[in-house]
Design a protein around this ligand. Structure first.
Ligand SMILES: [Zn+2]
Length: 73
C-alpha cells in the first residue's frame, strides 16, 4: 500500500538541485553554497556573500537554497 504525503510544493524543481563544486559565487568565484532563485534567474553565492546579501535579496527571491551548513564540521 502506498502512502501519499501531502507535502506542498514537493515537485522536484530545479530550485532543489544540490549545489556542486562547479557552482561558483557570482561575487568572488569561490564555491557556491547558496542559490537565490528569482523571476529573472538565479544567483549563486559562497556562504560569505550569501549572508552578506541575504537581507537585501530576501524580499526578491522565490527560493533561498542554503547549503552553507555543509561547511560546518
Ligand atoms: Zn563569494
Amino acid at each position: 500500500m502506498t502512502t501519499l504525503t501531502t507535502d506542498i510544493d514537493s515537485a522536484p524543481v530545479d530550485e532543489e538541485r544540490p549545489l556542486s563544486a562547479l557552482d561558483r559565487c557570482d561575487s568572488c568565484g569561490s564555491q557556491a553554497y547558496i542559490r537565490a532563485t528569482m523571476g529573472s534567474g538565479e544567483l549563486l553565492f559562497c556562504a560569505h556573500h550569501g549572508n552578506k546579501h541575504k537581507e537585501k535579496l530576501q524580499p526578491l527571491v522565490s527560493s533561498w537554497h542554503d547549503e552553507s551548513h555543509k561547511l560546518q564540521p
